[in-house]
Ligand binder design. Structure first.
Ligand code: DX5
Ligand code: ZN
Length: 211
């Protein structure tokens, strides 16, 4: 499978967001990973639909909106309207019925749906969701902040998932040139990375290294 790289703007310079998006777009990024946090599901607060609306104007790359929020169903419409092309919700925040309703809504609007799971959540928890989603986002850090160390337990999770899931497997947290190799070998094909990309002197080289 082709490896896709999704820079996470959480590590970008928020004083120059549009320029940061252009920079990673020119450097060969495939998607823009947008981390939305509510201060409830995770101990941090980041951005909402209002900012996504401006991100949408600043790039032609697909916006991959990672919802780390309680009650995601309440906000899905707003993020789609703001220009999200992909929406990821956490299994820790939805039940199967709720997820099915979100899946239907997104399908009607041509938006891709992902399910994510925290490092402490077993793969078993998302098994019934797999037929409803277009991709899985495996967390390799506890969500909340950029720049954390990769949790190696993600590797076996990705391997087991790859054996039963043929669509995109994305991995998020602590991805750098070393951990990228491990997760790609395990079967992941989409790499979300914040600090490794935006902290690099040469962004193009950093993206190529991940690929
Ligand atoms: C973590 C976020 C990640 C984060 C990745 O809660 O979901 O997307 O921005 O940052 P790095 O690559 O620095 O671990
Ligand atoms: Zn993320």
């Amino acid at each position: 499978m082709k490896i896709k790289v999704a820079p996470s703007i959480l590590s970008a310079d928020f004083n120059h967001l549009a320029a940061e998006l252009k920079k990673v777009e020119r450097a060969g990024a495939d998607l823009i990973h947008v981390d939305v946090m509510d201060g409830h599901f995770v101990p941090n607060i980041t951005i909402g639909p209002q900012v996504v609306k401006y991100l949408r104007k600043a790039t032609s790359l697909p916006l991959d909106v990672h919802l780390m929020i309680e009650n995601p169903a309440k906000y899905v419409d707003a993020f789609v309207k703001a220009g999200g092309d992909m929406i990821t919700v956490h299994i820790e925040t939805v039940n199967l019925k709720g997820l099915a309703a979100i899946a239907k809504k997104l399908k009607d609007r041509g938006v891709r749906l992902g399910i994510s799971l925290n490092p402490g959540t077993p793969l078993l928890k998302i098994k019934k969701s797999l037929p409803l989603v277009d991709f899985v986002l495996v967390m390799s850090v506890n969500p909340g902040f950029g720049g954390q160390a990769f949790i190696p337990g993600a590797i076996n999770k990705i391997k087991e998932l790859r054996a039963i899931f043929k669509k995109d497997i994305s991995v998020d947290g602590g991805i750098n040139n070393i951990t990228a190799k491990l997760v790609k070998n395990a079967g992941a094909n989409v790499l979300a990375a914040g600090s490794y990309i935006f902290g690099a002197k040469n962004i193009k080289k950093a993206i190529n290294n991940l690929r």
